[in-house]
Design a binder for this molecule. Structure first.
Ligand code: SAH
Ligand code: SF4
Ligand code: F3S
Length: 469
C-alpha cells in the first residue's frame, strides 16, 4: 500500500465517523447510489466509488432514495451528456425537499472544461464535482463537503498517483473487469476520450497479475481486461517491464482459478498475429474480439486518423476467422462523420456484408468540443445521417441474426449471471461469445458454468435448456 492509499484510508475512517453521526441523527442507515453512464472503464471506476462508500458505512439504495447520489458520467456522445443534465435538472426539486442529501458528479463529462463550467453554473444543487483522474479521492472530497458544508470541486488536469488497493464493490462476485491501461494516445479526430482520460498509461504486468490472483481467490472466474486500446499495452513501459498484450493475456488465462478471459477494446491498427494465435490456442481466452471498424471507407479512416484501411481491416477479419473458426467479431460504426458521402457509406455497408459481424454498435456522429472533426465545415445534415444510419442498422441486424442462427441447436457452456428479471423461473447467462441465453433455473446456479442447449435463437439472444447430465 502506498502513501496515497494510506491517506485515503484515513479519509475513509474520518468519513465513517461523520456518516455514523449522520446515521444516529436520522435513526437509520445512510444510503448511497452510484449511477454509471458509458463504457466498461467507467463501470469499473464505479465499483471503486461504491467500495469507498461502503467502507464509510453507507448502504446501497435506489437512485430515488439515496442520501448520497453520485453520477459517474460519460461524454463520448452528446446524448450521454444530455441524459446527465436531464437527471440533474429533476434533482433540483428533490434537493429542495431533502436539503441534506449529497449530490456528486464525476467522470468523463466533468473532466471536460465546458461541461464542468456548465454543471458548476447551472446546477447549484450539486455538492461535489470531480473528474476521472481523482476517482480514488472520493472519501477526501466527501469528508471536506460533510465537514465544511460547502461545495467541493476538484478536477485534475492530468493523472497523478495510482491507488489500486482501495476497497472495491464488485457488481458480480464471480466476474470482474481489470484495468490494464488507462487513457488513450490515438486521437481519432472525432473522439473526446484522449482529452478526458489523458495519455495512455499501462499498469505493470506484475500488478495486473497480482490483482487477477487476488480476484481469483475471492471467487472470480471470469476476467475482462480493460483498456481503450489493449493491443498497444506496454508500449509506454520501461524496456525491462515491457510485455506484449498477447503474453499478458496468456499469463492472465494461466492464473489458477480463472476460467474465462475477455478483453476490450482492440484497435485494428495494433492487432498482432501473436494475439490471434494466442486466442486461437488458449481455451480459456474467449473467442470474441471487439474490433471497432468506425468506417468502411479508407478515405474516411485516413481522415479519422485510424491508421488502417478497409483492406487491412478485412484481412484481419479473414485471419481471425481462419485461425479461430468459431470466433465472434463485434464492432463499432460511426455514421455521418464530416465529409461522409453516399459512396463512403456504401463502403461501410460492404465491410458489414463481408465481415458478417456478430454484433455491431452503430452510432450517429456527434460533435465533441475541442476535437478536430468538430470544427470541420462539412458536417452532414441530420436527415442524411438518419437515412444512412437506418441502412447500416438494418444490415447489421440482418447479419447478426444470420450469425446467431448458426449456433441454434448447439450445446455450449454458459456462465450464469442473474435470475431473469422479467420472467420468473428463468436465469440468464452468457456464452463465450458474450451473447445472452435465458433458460429454466434458479438462483443457486448464479456464478456457475452449465452446459445449455440453445433451443431457439431470438436474434440477439437465445432461449435454452440446461443439458441433463
Ligand atoms: N477505444 C475504443 C472506443 C471507445 S469509444 C476504440 O477505439 O475502439 C466507443 C465508441 O464510441 C467508438 O468506438 C466510436 O464508435 C464511438 N464514438 C466515439 N466518439 C464518437 C463521436 N464523436 N460520435 C459518435 N460516436 C463516437
Ligand atoms: Fe477514442 Fe480512438 Fe482512443 Fe478509441 S482509440 S478511445 S476511438 S481516440
Ligand atoms: Fe464515455 Fe469516458 Fe468511457 S467518455 S465511453 S465513459 S472513457
Amino acid at each position: 500500500m502506498n502513501s496515497v492509499e494510506k491517506e485515503q484510508l484515513e479519509y475513509i475512517e474520518k468519513c465513517r465517523t461523520l456518516i455514523g453521526e449522520w446515521s444516529k441523527e436520522k435513526e437509520r442507515s445512510i444510503t448511497y447510489c452510484v449511477v454509471t453512464f458509458g463504457c466498461q472503464m467507467n463501470a469499473r471506476d464505479s465499483e471503486k466509488l461504491k467500495g469507498i462508500l461502503e467502507e464509510t458505512g453507507c448502504v446501497s439504495a435506489s437512485e430515488d432514495e439515496a442520501d448520497i447520489l453520485l453520477y459517474n458520467t460519460c461524454t463520448v456522445r452528446d446524448n450521454a451528456d444530455r441524459k446527465v443534465y436531464g437527471r440533474l435538472g429533476t434533482l433540483k426539486e428533490v434537493k429542495k425537499q431533502r436539503p441534506d442529501m449529497v449530490i456528486g458528479v464525476c467522470g468523463c463529462m466533468t473532466q471536460e472544461t465546458v461541461a464542468a463550467e456548465k454543471v458548476k453554473k447551472t446546477c447549484p444543487h450539486v455538492d461535489i464535482i470531480f473528474g476521472t483522474h481523482n476517482v480514488y479521492t472520493l472519501a477526501q472530497l466527501l469528508y471536506r463537503h460533510l465537514s465544511e458544508k460547502t461545495r467541493t470541486v476538484d478536477i485534475w488536469e492530468e493523472a497523478k498517483d495510482v491507488a489500486e488497493h482501495l476497497p472495491v464493490r464488485r457488481k458480480y462476485p464471480f466476474k470482474s473487469g481489470v484495468n490494464i491501461s488507462y487513457g488513450c494516445n490515438n486521437f481519432c479526430t472525432y473522439c473526446i476520450v484522449p482529452y478526458v482520460r489523458g495519455r495512455e498509461r499501462s499498469r505493470l504486468a506484475s500488478d495486473i497479475l497480482e490483482e487477477v490472483s487476488r480476484l481469483s481467490k475471492e471467487g472470480v472466474s471470469e476476467i475482462m481486461l480493460l483498456g481503450q486500446n489493449v493491443n498497444s499495452y506496454g508500449h509506454d513501459l520501461k524496456e525491462e517491464d515491457r510485455m506484449t498484450f498477447a503474453a499478458l493475456l496468456k499469463a492472465v488465462a494461466d492464473t489458477e482459478g480463472i476460467r474465462r478471459v475477455r478483453f476490450m477494446t482492440s484497435h485494428p491498427k495494433d492487432l498482432s498475429d501473436e494475439l490471434i494465435d494466442t486466442i486461437a490456442s488458449h481455451p480459456k481466452i474467449c473467442n470474441h474480439v471487439h474490433l471497432p471498424l468506425q468506417s468502411g471507407s479508407s478515405r474516411l479512416l485516413k481522415d479519422m486518423n485510424r491508421r488502417y484501411d478497409k483492406e487491412h481491416y478485412l484481412e484481419l477479419v479473414r485471419k481471425l476467422r481462419e485461425k479461430i473458426p468459431d470466433v465472434a467479431i463485434t464492432t463499432d460504426i460511426i455514421v455521418g462523420y464530416p465529409g461522409e458521402t453516399d459512396e463512403d457509406n456504401e463502403e461501410t455497408l460492404d465491410v458489414i456484408r463481408r465481415a458478417e459481424f456478430d454484433n455491431a454498435f452503430t452510432f450517429q456522429y456527434s460533435k465533441r468540443t475541442g476535437t478536430p472533426a468538430a470544427s470541420r465545415p462539412d458536417q452532414i445534415p441530420q436527415e442524411v445521417v438518419t437515412r444512412r444510419f437506418n441502412k447500416v442498422l438494418a444490415l447489421v441486424q440482418e447479419m447478426s441474426r444470420k450469425r446467431a442462427m448458426l449456433l441454434e441447436g448447439k450445446t455450449l457452456p454458459v456462465l450464469v449471471e442473474d435470475v431473469n428479471e422479467r420472467e420468473e423461473g428463468l436465469v440468464t447467462g452468457r456464452l463465450e461469445n458474450n451473447m445472452s441465453v435465458h433458460f429454466k433455473g434458479d438462483a443457486s446456479l448464479i456464478g456457475k458454468y452449465v452446459d445449455v442447449v440453445l433451443t431457439e435463437c431470438k436474434g440477439f439472444y437465445y432461449i435454452g435448456e440446461i443439458k441433463n447430465v
